[in-house]
Ligand binder design. Structure first.
Ligand SMILES: *Cc1c(COP(=O)(O)O)cnc(C)c1O
Length: 414
């Protein structure tokens, strides 16, 4: 048993999450499922409640002071996202419902115009379904081909395969920043640079869903053309996310959804659209959620991204050491540079059975294919059990997980 000292006031942070002290099946709750969805700290919930009670009306509508103020709060949240990603302009930040919608927007609005029959789309072997299926739909419609960038048994992208797989027909490089299963933090900057050295015309579409809870991406430094993420994976609410896109690319793209809020004028003969970012934001947005996401970014910033990262890394190392010591447990994803996500399989125990036993012990983890079926096949496992750690977790959570896994192994192997 060890305790790690967090570089922030851990006790105070934990008080922001009442769920963590609420018993579950009569036992203390250990939330080790932040990769499925992060928990929202009280200041985020309170900010959204304040908006709902005192500030709410529609945005970008008319001259009422209330609407102007709601619009200001909503646009301030966009600025927080811009700063977080280090995007050059507010025009490059599009609100969406989340990572999935962001990636579909790129595949539809950019892809439909730019991907033609015979073109190639290169996706890494560790993509989430959200960065696979939209491209399959497009490829099917256009007669394009999907190619797969392979990974090693440890869960790292085979960098040497890039030169071989990128051709003059490659239009898209789809890549996750951090794997939701393996925890691998991909060297995105290097991968994009290598791919573009071979074909400067391809666009790099980065799935940042699992990166944003742990680090601060710099889209300009990475060289990403598009970068997608969801609010709920980083201590924000569901229903909101963002897409970063390079301004020139977004300018050249047709709208995807049509309706109110995104038009300059509408006539039966011809409709014209407003500029960025509104061109991609038809209809009434989830205003409270956008403001909540802004509050989540404030919360993380106040904690300090470097401190969050250092503490989560210490938790990851501690958990890896303790879990690896259990006979019959195998960790899936052993790359050196990992975020605080550990997938594992237990000899002779189906991950779903392991998940149910852990659940009864008050340990919340995810068991399944994690929306990454091609990756499960690549790693030769039907599914995994996954524990993911956030800044509010403690070594006590890790110890409880280890005890519950031991108990599971005992039940199955006596
Ligand atoms: C969760 C997740 C997604 C999908 O995010 P949604 O919020 O469901 O749209 C995409 N990619 C990765 C890596 C994820 O972990």
């Amino acid at each position: 048993m060890t305790t790690l000292t967090a570089p922030f006031d851990l006790q105070k942070v934990r008080e922001d999450f009442p769920l963590l002290t609420t018993p579950f099946h009569g036992k203390p709750l250990h939330y080790l499922d932040s990769a499925v969805s992060g928990q929202m700290p009280k200041p985020v919930v309170e900010r959204m409640a304040h908006y709902a009670q005192f500030e709410h009306t529609n945005v970008h509508r008319g001259v009422s002071t209330l609407s102007q103020e709601a619009t200001d709060r909503y646009e301030e949240a966009r600025e927080k996202v811009r700063r977080f990603l280090n995007a050059g302009s507010l025009k490059e930040i599009i609100w969406t419902r989340g990572t999935t919608e962001s990636l579909n927007l790129v595949a539809q609005a950019w892809g439909r115009v730019n991907v033609l029959g015979g073109d190639e789309i290169l996706l890494s072997a560790m993509e989430h379904h959200a960065n696979i299926v939209p491209w399959q739909l497009l490829a099917q419609e256009k007669g394009a081909t999907i190619k797969v960038l392979p990974i090693t048994d440890q869960g790292e992208i085979l960098l040497d395969a890039i030169e071989e797989l990128v051709t003059e027909r490659t239009k898209v490089l789809g890549l996750t920043h951090v794997s939701n299963v393996l925890g691998t933090v991909n060297p995105v900057k290097d991968i994009i640079a290598r791919a573009k050295a071979k074909n400067p015309n391809l666009v790099a579409v980065i799935d940042g869903a699992q990166a944003v809870p742990h680090l601060r991406p710099d889209v300009q430094d990475l060289g990403a053309d598009f970068y997608a993420f969801s609010g709920h994976k980083l201590s924000g609410p569901t229903g909101i996310g963002a897409l970063y896109g390079k301004q020139a690319l977004l300018e050249a793209m047709p709208p995807w959804h049509g309706g109110g809020n995104m038009i300059l004028s509408v006539a039966w003969e011809k409709t014209t659209f407003i500029g960025l970012p509104g061109k991609f934001e038809a209809g009434t947005p989830p205003i409270a959620a956008a403001i909540g996401l802004g509050a989540a970014l404030d919360y993380m910033e106040a904690l300090g991204w470097e401190k969050v990262q250092a503490y989560e890394h210490a938790l990851l190392e501690y958990a890896t050491e303790r879990l690896s010591a259990l006979p019959g447990l195998r960790i899936i994803g052993t790359a050196p540079g990992k975020a605080s996500v550990i997938s594992f399989v237990l000899e002779g125990v189906h991950p779903h059975d392991a998940g149910s036993i852990l659940d009864h012990e008050g340990i919340v983890v995810r068991a399944g294919h994690h929306c990454a079926q091609p990756l499960m096949k690549r790693m030769n496992v039907p599914a995994t059990t996954r524990a993911s750690f956030a800044y509010f977790n403690t070594t006590d959570d890790v110890d409880a997980l280890v005890d519950a896994v031991k108990k599971t192994l005992e039940i199955f192997h006596g």
